[in-house]
Structure formats: structure tokens, C-alpha cells
Design a protein. Sequence first.
Lengths: 588, 79
Amino acid sequence: MAHGIISREDLREPISQTLKSLLDVIDFEAGGRVVPVDGFCWRSPGPGLGPQDTDGAGDGPDPCYPTHYFRNNEPRFEAIRDIVSALLSQIVLVSGDRTVEPDGFRLKDLNHWLVPGGDDPGAVLNSISWSCKIQCVFCYERGNPPEMNFPRHKTSQREIMTSVKYFDPERRMRLPIPSRYDNNEILTFPGVLDVIGALREKTAAPILNISTNATMLDEDFVRRLAGYRPVMLGISLNSADPRVRASIMKEKHPEIPLQSLPLLKKYEMPYAVSIVAWHTLPPGDLENTVAYADRFDPLQIRVCLPGHTRRFSSEKLFEVEDLWNGLIDAIASFRHKYDTPVIPMPYTYEAFRQNRISFASDVGGVIKHSPAWKAGIRTGDEIMSVNRTPIRCRRYLRSLMDRLMKENNKILWMNIRRHGKEEDKIIRFDRETFDYRYPYMPETRHFEMSYYGMILFDGFDPADAVKMRDAALALGARKVLVLTSWMIRPYLALALNHIDTGGVRFDPVIPENTYMGGNIAVGDLLTVKDFIHAIREYVRTRGKPDLAVVPSSPFSPWMRDLRNDHYSKIERATGVPLYLIDTPKLWS
Amino acid sequence: MAMDEKRKHPKDFIYRFRLDEEPGRALIEDAPAEMVRKQLEALLKVVVLTEGNRELKPDRFRFMNNPEKIFPIFDDADE
């Protein structure tokens, strides 16, 4: 502690400037009403601003958000709150000839707060996914740490319509939405079709990936939703057996979701199916569900390999490796019988299980009737070259495909390897004249991971090993700790074996996920604290490294982890210089 | 405004926020200096300072008129 540092008068001008800049973007509120502020005076010595009465926050027309609801998507609201609170510890705001004690603030001009949001109009809808009428036994929300379970904020019709109004598809900008770690139903929101209709008036772009448990999808709803095509749904099917579905999803009428698949096909609505392969599914149920879904031509069937946190269950409900291995083996045994691509998620695990650790760019699946399908490309084909460009890894292939699709490239010469033999394939695709047949629709090309109908996964780029080496050499580091996950570690080792490390020693270490606990195996859910603990343990047992490499995937675009800790805290807490390497999220 | 007009052009939702956070632990006893620290901490959670192209990683500050006294910016005590 230090004191007697600076006089208040020295701070008058900076405080005045700060207040003016704040008043450019916010209005102060007291009791729900705007209070005009035109000056300030010094607060008398005594306690600073204490916690305010927050119940209802006055009589304002719209509900009052806690700023931390936006902490991942728009942390500047929290910064404003902290700056205002710091100011109010020293000053009292003045309005005319009286003092005012604000208990909140409101944004002045929503145009100031538009954030990059991509061109998917569906992203605007996320804020209305606040209710779910069923209770899946595996719902991860029940096992989330308390900081991730925000009280439900019931988005009003006015709020979502304001989000629609400010959504700017051309500039790919939208209003920020509250941070959410839960992902409930969009389609149960009252008036959701009006909202989708309003979005459709703004843009003809596909509304992608509306996840739903399909309890709403009776024929009337599907027919009306089809009126706003292109809309692409993600159906949480989980089981095609009504009794199994009723027991694992606690729903009363499984017949509606099960019948939604033929309806979606009838109304030519493209969709994907997801199955959480929970450990209590009866033997054979997974394949039966895949077989049922395949009859109605989904774009793909995702099989989610499950895990749970320690809060979900204090006892480990299953061994991840045993369960996941069994699921991968089962999928491999039946996948070839069905036209629909069956994709285990996280997809990295399949190669891991099958001991196929390489940078080969294999095709994860092919959407039926797509250009790639017509060209004879099939699941498992390894793409060796495209238009004579050799393919060195999955990420490179995806970026090349992205470019070719943007350039509207109409013909692709592909050299592939199938069962050890190389073959040439030609993909032809003219957007205007292509003979579209369900499920491959014009909008399907926007479907995530799909390129000309080929499902291509991201993966570790061996160039990342070169980046790490160059960063180490630039900093004069000889001993480098690389924090990674057990699914990425073998790829990292493979990449490091193929480069000249320039005398740099890389030590891969897998941090323990102490925040989530349980049997959570995905590195993207690590926290700043987990990284700090791992580095400290390394220092204790193997000495201080010159540099620590940390993946970017556990962090939000504002570089916060799940607990809202900024990644820079790792370096401050450990004293070890940090290099952040850009890594894709495994579930992306 | 006529009722139809109101329906067609409803007023925007007002984004309102509470100032309800418990005040954090004071790291500096001198209140004006602590106020500056809190503002710096808030800003450095959303901006990265750079010098030329180099990212800076400030973790302390001092007042220009008093080079001797250097203060921490972040409360990392929990780590």
C-alpha cells in the first residue's frame, strides 16, 4: 500500500475528459430514468460507491442487464462500468444545481456498438434461445461451473427486433448478444417465425444452423418455416427409438421430432442430425438412429462423443477412452452402408483411434448429390492435389477450397488416393446451371466444413511448428514448453520431427482441466488457471522454460477464457514469456 | 404517432446496464491513485497498447511527477 501520491486537483482535467468521452456513448440512469450530467464535484471522504439496490433498477421500459452478461462478446460494457465505478468513488455527478447518484447507464446510439458478426443471419437469433422444453439426461448445462450459468434473460420481442433492425448483412455487422454457454431452443421463442421473416426481409442469405430438438416441427410449422428458405436446421435426434428418445430427452411426444425428418425432406429443407452418443444408449441404437435418419437425406449425421464435468457427476460415469473407442469402431463398421456422412465429433479423435496420425487431407464425408458426389469422391479419399497444387495438410486444403469457391471456380482437377491407389477425379460445379437435387441445395455450399459437397476438417498445420521455432529463435529461447491437448500432441510431435528445430528443445505438456474436471478431454475448455498451474508445475519439476506456447482455441475473440480471465494473466503470474499460437477450435 | 405507425416503427430496445458490481479490493491506499489504477485495469482488459508494431505488456504505472512510486495495475492475488 502507498499513500499521499497525487492530489485530486491534479486529476480534475483527466476526470473531466474521461467523463466527456463516456457521455459521448452513454447516458447515466438513476431509478430507471436518464439523468443529465453536466459536471462533477469531489466526493466527501468516506465510503465510496457501494453496491446499489439492483432489483428492477427502476421503472425503465426495458430490463437492465448486468454488464457481465456481455463479458465474452462485448467486454467494453464491463470496462465502462468499472471506469464509472472508479470515478464515482472520488466524484459526485452534478446535474444543474443538484447532485445525482446514478445506479446504471444506457447506450446512446446502438450504431456505435455494432460488432463483426459474419454473414449468417442465424447468429442474430442466438439471443432468443433462452428456453428449452425438454430435459436431456446429458445436458451439459447441468454440469457447468457456476460462473457459466447466467440466470436466464428472457429476450423480449422488442429486443430481438432491434437486433434484426441493426443487423447489417452487407457489412457483416450486428449488435452484440449476451454471452451464453447454454444453447437452448430458438424455435420455441414466441413469434419466432415473425423474427425469421423480418430477417428474411433484410437478406436473402441462408439462415444457418438453427439447432433444435424438433419438438416444434409439426407439418404446419415446417411448412411455414419453409416459406423463409433458405433455412438450415440442426436436429438433435439422439435416438430414433421413441422409447429411448423419451427416456434420454424426457419428452412426452417423441413422435413429432421423429416425423420431422420426412417433413423436412418433403419441404426440401436441408438439415443436419446430431446424436449425443450417451453411455446409456442401448446396444445397436446408434446404428438404428443413423439408418433411420439416412432414409430422409440429412446433409450429415454428427455423432457427439460425450464427456461430463465433475459438477455433472462426482463419480466418473464412464471412461472416455473406452466409450469413444467403442463408438469410433462402431461407426467405422457401419458407415459404408449409408449415403449420409457420419461424422464423429470431435473429428480429430477418429484418426487418433485408428492410429492414422498424419497430415493427409482425407475427406470426412460427401454430401449426397453434391458436385463432389457426382465426381465420385467418397469418404476417406485422400486428396493429393487440386488443380495441380499439391496438398500439404488439411488446413491448407480448406484455405485453397475457400479461395476456389469464392472465385466461383467451375472445374477442379483432383488427384486422390483411395485404398493405396491414385485416381483422377473432376468436380464440375456451375452455381447457375448445376442440377440441384435434395439434399444438395444452392445454399448447401454455405454449410460449415462443406466444399463442393466435400466435408473437410481443419487440423494441425505443420507450418505451426515452424512458427513456434521461429518465435523461439527470435526471442533467443532454447527451452520451450508447449501446452497442448492429448489429441493434438501426436500431430505436434510429428510436425516437430519433420523440421530443423534450430537447436530449440520443445517440451509438450498437457495441462489438467481443473476447472471443468470430470472426464472433459477437449483442450478448448482449458482456462488461464489451468495453464498457470501447468507452467508452475513444469518450473517446479523441470526448471523455468525460456518460452511457453499456448493455443488460442480456449480463448474468445477478446482473449478471455471461460472464467473471463485474460490470457495475459498467464505471463504475469508465471513470469514465463508467452507465445500464443493460432489454433482452430476442435468443435468448429 | 398513429397506432399503425408505432407498430411499423417501434422504438429501439434500450440497452441498460447496472452499476452494481461489488467494489474490488483496493491495491493502493491513496484513493485518487487507486481510481486511476482501476481505470487502467479496466482499459487494459479490452485494449492492447503498442509501440510501433510491438505489443506492450504493461503491468505497472507511475505518475509523471513522481518517478519513485510505481504501482501494480492488476489484482492477480488469486493466482
